[in-house]
Design a protein around this ligand. Structure first.
Ligand code: CA
Length: 259
């Protein structure tokens, strides 16, 4: 079970990158890329467990230890969902939530409340929460609630994506090239899904960074290229036409026609 830890050292303020200042993605397009979550919680042990667990499920996760730092991130980034602890130092979670809704920010919010505080739950729903969980809770329960909230908002269940004989099933987390199963990490899957949803279009490194990485990526270097190379190695098959093409100086195109 996840619960408040006994030691509560302050979390460093979330690092911010100017790259994420102006995301080109609209809210409705969110389903076509990796889901991006913001976890607002001051308990260091709990937030680490939540963020690690959610990242392992393929979400891009940012964290904020206070309402103040959360406001900064919410202004900068279009999140698909917010996990919000009511008990925060300084400005409390419900005040943050009322402020968000006051600004007509529709982001789904899952509120975390302390055990037995019925008044908190009622107040949370009144303040605009979409769902709530009482601490302590089991992690799978949180994941189930997160998926339910994201589904509720998603326009339609994503169908299987196809480019040539390459198939990606977002719901089953499966990829095949022809009859061959392709095994990808969560990150590689997110990258390939992004390419497939933009098949035939130029995809730049910045687009991939904004869609498939959270704010803790380690610098600009060749991070994207390394991951794209891994995806390419896994999906390209000897004897079959290449699908993922590098456009020198611009980015990449996933396309079944030769280039
Ligand atoms: Ca707390």
């Amino acid at each position: 079970m996840l619960h408040e830890g006994s030691v509560k050292p302050p979390l460093p303020r979330a690092e911010r990158s100017p790259l994420f200042g102006r995301s080109p993605h609209g809210y409705r397009e969110a389903v076509s890329r990796q889901m991006r979550l913001l976890v607002i919680e001051d308990d260091r042990a709990l937030v680490a467990a939540l963020c690690d667990g959610l990242a392992a499920r393929g979400f891009a996760v940012d964290r904020a230890p206070s309402a103040e730092s959360a406001f900064d991130l919410l202004r900068l980034n279009p999140y698909d969902l917010v996990v919000l602890d009511v008990g925060l130092p300084g400005v409390d979670g419900l005040t943050l939530l009322r402020t968000l809704r006051g600004h007509e920010n529709p982001v789904p919010v899952l509120v975390l409340t302390a055990r037995g505080e019925v008044a908190d739950r009622v107040a949370g729903l009144d303040a605009g929460a979409d769902d709530y969980l009482t601490k302590p809770f089991a992690f799978p329960e949180l994941v189930a609630r997160v998926h339910a909230l994201l589904r509720r908002r998603a326009p339609a269940a994503p169908a299987v994506l196809r480019v040539g004989d390459l198939e990606l099933d977002p719901r089953r987390f499966q990829v095949r090239r022809g009859a061959l199963p392709v095994s990808l990490t969560a990150k590689e899957f997110a990258i390939l899904e992004y390419f497939m949803r933009h098949a035939g279009e130029l995809v730049t490194r910045t687009m991939l960074l904004e869609s498939c990485w959270d704010e803790n990526y380690d610098g600009l270097s060749n991070l994207v290229d390394v991951h794209v190379s891994r995806v390419r190695r896994k999906i390209e098959v000897a004897g079959a036409p290449p699908l993922l093409h590098t456009i020198r100086g611009a980015g990449f195109v996933l396309d079944e026609r030769g280039r």
